[in-house]
Ligand binder design. Structure first.
Ligand SMILES: C[S@@+](CC[C@H](N)C(=O)[O-])C[C@H]1O[C@@H](n2cnc3c(N)ncnc32)[C@H](O)[C@@H]1O
Length: 287
């Protein structure tokens, strides 16, 4: 069996299983490529047509065993490989933290937040940092700023520390154990936040792959807004006068607008749509 034949076999096995995607891939073929290439020790951008020679049968069995683990365990591929990629940057990941996939990463990469910053932007908070991916990407995007990553979960902070170390950003990123903004009052020039925002009804219907992640990272109470209510109440006194908050809310725009009908939010388009991430100035928060 050569690489392309192995990929076809892995894709067929995944496609025949009742799996859910969304943790870095969106379909069986891409998930198969990730698992097979990782198992073979090949880069994820390998040209699979380049070498049609037969693979070592033991390596084939090992790759197919990993595919079977994905099917049997229903865990996201990233938990099985211990690695996830966001905006081309690799992150260590394990079950202690949610798999990196925030759409705020796109905004850090494409410069959409930059017009809201100034020469005076120095202090950036990644609230609900989890695996630390947004803190790392923010430090990479803005070499002149200091970043703080805060989370309520000590387990998640341990994963974040692995990623800060992996990218040698110890002198730019500090990690803080905090319930919301309680232990990180700022003032911040910019707060990035991908909080737990999944409403109770959606939580009850989550596929197994999402239930494999820490509930603390996802569940946002009845309407998904529990954490966000407290955050919006606390944020004005934790932002500098020109400070802004960039907040991800996933598919919860309806709940958000019902909870905060008078907020003047700026919606920042991402690949998933223009209602997933919003920006609030301190001025808008205090109006
Ligand atoms: C959706 S995850 C985001 C993780 C990471 N920023 C990312 O985008 O991949 C939400 C994170 O919020 C943390 N969290 C939940 N409640 C919190 C609270 N009250 N204060 C601080 N962090 C909290 C969870 O532990 C989890 O790591």
């Amino acid at each position: 069996m050569n690489l392309n034949q192995l990929l076809a076999e892995a894709t067929a096995r995944l496609a025949a299983a009742p799996l859910s995607y969304g943790h870095g891939t969106s379909n069986a073929r891409d998930e198969a490529a990730w698992l097979v290439l990782w198992s073979l020790g090949l880069p994820l951008d390998t040209d699979t047509d380049a070498d049609p020679s037969p693979l070592d049968p033991a390596a084939v069995q090992q790759a197919l065993a990993l595919v079977q683990r994905r099917i049997d365990s229903r865990e996201p591929a990233a938990y099985l490989t211990g690695e996830a990629w966001l905006q081309g940057v690799p992150f260590h990941i394990d079950r202690r933290s949610i798999v990196p996939r925030s759409f705020i990463a796109e905004l850090l990469a494409d410069g959409s937040i930059d017009p809201w910053l100034s020469d005076r932007t120095q202090q950036v908070l990644d609230l609900c940092t989890g695996n630390g991916s947004l803190a790392v990407l923010a430090a990479m995007a803005w070499p002149e700023v200091q970043v703080c990553g805060a989370d309520l979960s000590a387990d998640a902070l341990a994963v974040a520390q692995l990623n800060v170390d992996r990218h040698n950003l110890q002198d730019r990123i500090r990690l803080v154990h905090s319930d919301g903004l309680a232990a990180c009052p700022g003032p911040w020039d910019l707060i990035l936040c991908n909080p737990p925002y999944v409403n109770a009804q959606s939580m009850a219907a989550l596929p197994a792959e999402y239930r494999a992640e820490p509930e603390l990272a996802l569940a946002g109470g009845e309407d998904g807004m529990d954490f966000i209510r407290q955050l919006l109440a606390d944020a004005p006194r934790c932002l500098t006068p020109e400070g802004v908050l960039v907040l991800e809310i996933g598919n919860e725009r309806e709940h958000f607008e019902r909870a905060f009908p008078h907020l003047d939010a700026v919606w920042l388009p991402v690949s998933a749509g223009d209602d997933q991430v919003l920006l609030l100035t301190r001025e808008a928060l205090t109006a």
